[in-house]
Design a protein. Structure first.
Ligand code: SF4
Length: 202
């Protein structure tokens, strides 16, 4: 599979903020093809090219993991479906807890035994694939004009999921204030502030 980078850091986003994880960033993203608005502010555009990084086997990747929790991210990691399934089972067989972060445009392959699934739907449509399956957390990127009903509609599709609201990257004017106002008005939601960037970490 194509791997852009593997590194250790604190999880900076969402429910698991502050927890040390090994991050495995896979190459390839479908956001430009499916018209996601995050292409304007993506902080990992180097991950879009499916031929970026280098080829690694699941066993090679597993040998680079040194923390109890692994976050498999991208790009869009579900583009590497069958190989991803093998990677997840290899990591779990080695004792790791495996988290996945996806943009929500693709279904989870059958047999993907994950410990945590964060779906981060993107503007403008904030759509989540109907066949995505398990969702533990919905992490919504907040633009200054995002309305509560959009988040409520997303949350209603997966009532078991926790909801995190994260201001648009780059501190777009008004997005942080809007995220705070939404959370204060809906206290079962929570604010996600990209802790790693605030701390100057990767
Ligand atoms: S889905 Fe993620 S990696 Fe792809 S363009 Fe959007 S923010 Fe960047």
């Amino acid at each position: 599979m194509r791997v852009l980078e593997i590194f250790n850091s604190l999880q900076g986003e969402g429910v698991w903020s502050g927890v040390p994880m090994t991050f495995v960033r896979l190459a390839g993203c479908n956001a430009p093809q499916v018209g996601l608005g995050c292409v304007r502010w993506c902080d990992t555009p180097g991950s879009w090219d499916p031929s970026a990084g280098r080829a690694m086997s699941p066993a090679e990747i597993a040998r680079r993991v040194s923390l109890p929790r692994v976050c498999v991210t991208g790009g869009e990691p579900l583009l590497q479906g069958e190989e991803l399934r093998v990677l997840v089972s290899t990591l779990r067989a080695g004792g790791a807890r495996v988290h996945l972060e996806t943009n929500g445009t693709l279904p989870l392959p059958a047999g993907l035994a994950l410990d945590w699934v964060t779906v981060s739907p993107k503007p403008p449509a904030y759509t989540v694939s109907a066949g995505i399956g398990r969702v533990d957390e919905i992490k919504v990127v907040v633009q200054k004009d995002l309305q509560a009903d959009v988040v409520q509609a997303l949350a209603a599709t997966h009532p078991e999921a926790l909801v995190s609201l994260q201001p648009e990257a780059g501190e777009a004017p008004g997005s942080t204030l809007q995220a705070i106002e939404l959370v204060m008005a809906h206290p079962h939601w929570r604010l996600s502030l990209q802790l790693h960037k605030l701390l100057g970490l990767r």
